[in-house]
Ligand binder design. Structure first.
Ligand SMILES: [Zn+2]
Length: 138
């Protein structure tokens, strides 16, 4: 197997989702560069796994405390309805995750673009907005 073929398999191998990895494992035994890359993937995955030990369950009254902190008006009414409806709450949380992901992708794109151009312009920001929209549409 070629290095680039093995590299494509490393995330799955490191995550334990590719069994048996056969020829790829044989390649790792003879290629120091790919073995180092594999070790890096393993290290990241083990680090992420240990984070699970530090996750704490939010208290049962967290939604009410958040709602109490919102300005009164339509936003608080909508938030109260969502908090009272399990399905709506799950849908809102997944939308929030998608929005956070889109913002993160947009910021990374924007930083790379800004670095390449030297200075941000209005046209760069418009490009970032298009990139975020196309990322979220996929
Ligand atoms: Zn290799």
């Amino acid at each position: 197997m070629r290095c680039e073929d093995v590299r494509a398999l490393l995330p799955e191998m490191a995550g334990g989702r590719l069994h048996p990895a056969g020829r790829a494992e044989a390649h790792l035994a003879g290629c120091a560069a790919c073995a180092l890359e594999y070790a890096r993937f393993r290290s990241v995955i083990e680090g992420l796994g240990s984070l699970a030990d530090h996750i704490e369950e939010p208290s049962a009254d967290l939604p009410e405390r958040i709602i109490a902190g919102l300005p009164s008006g339509r936003l608080r009414v909508v938030a109260s309805r969502v908090a009272a409806n399990d399905q709506a709450r799950v849908a809102l949380l997944s939308l929030g995750g998608a929005a956070i992901g889109a913002v993160a992708v947009g910021l990374l794109w924007w930083r790379r673009t800004r670095r390449a151009l030297g200075e941000a312009t209005a046209s760069v920001q418009a490009t970032v907005g298009t990139a975020v929209r196309s990322e979220t549409a996929v």
